[in-house]
Design a protein around this ligand. Sequence first.
Ligand code: NI
Length: 176
Amino acid sequence: MAVLPIIIAPDPRLKKKCTPIDRVDDDIATLMADMLETMYLAPGIGLAAPQIGVTKRVIVVDASGKDEDPAPIKMANPEILSASDELWAYEEGCLSLPDHYAEVERPAKITVGYLDESNARQELEAEELLATCIQHEMDHLNGMLFVDHISALKRNMILRKLTKAKKLKAHDAAAD
Ligand code: NI
C-alpha cells in the first residue's frame, strides 16, 4: 500500500467530473486500499479519488468514532438511491481545504448503491455523520467542494486564504 499526496484547493483537478469504473479490478482495489491508508494518515474520515489526482468515481469513508472499531467503506460508482427530506447540519471540513470549516445541510438519511472492492453490488443505508461524509465525497466526483454549498462571499474568502497559504509554502520551499 502507498500513501499518496493530497491535492489542495484551489486546483483545477478538484473541479473535474470523474468517470465511472467499468469493473472493480485489482488496480481499483489497490487504489481503494491506498486511498484508505492516505485518509487514515491525514487523518480524515473520507477521501475521493480526484483528491489524489485520479478522475475516477471511487471514494473511501470511515465515520466511526474514536473509541469504536474502524469501519472502512470502499465504494466505486456510488449513487444515491433515496434521500430523506429531513436535513442534517454539520460543520464540514475537507483534506483538500485544510483548516477551513463551514456548516452544510444535507439529507439526514440516504440509501447509496455502489460496487465494493470485490466488484459486488452493495446497498448501504446511512444517516447523520456517515450520510454527510458519503455525500461530501460523492460531491468531489462531480467537481464539487463543500464550499460550493455556502455563500460566495464565504467561499471566496476561504479560497483566497488557501491561495495565500500555497504561495507562502512555495516561497518557503524556494528559500530552503
Ligand atoms: Ni473533501
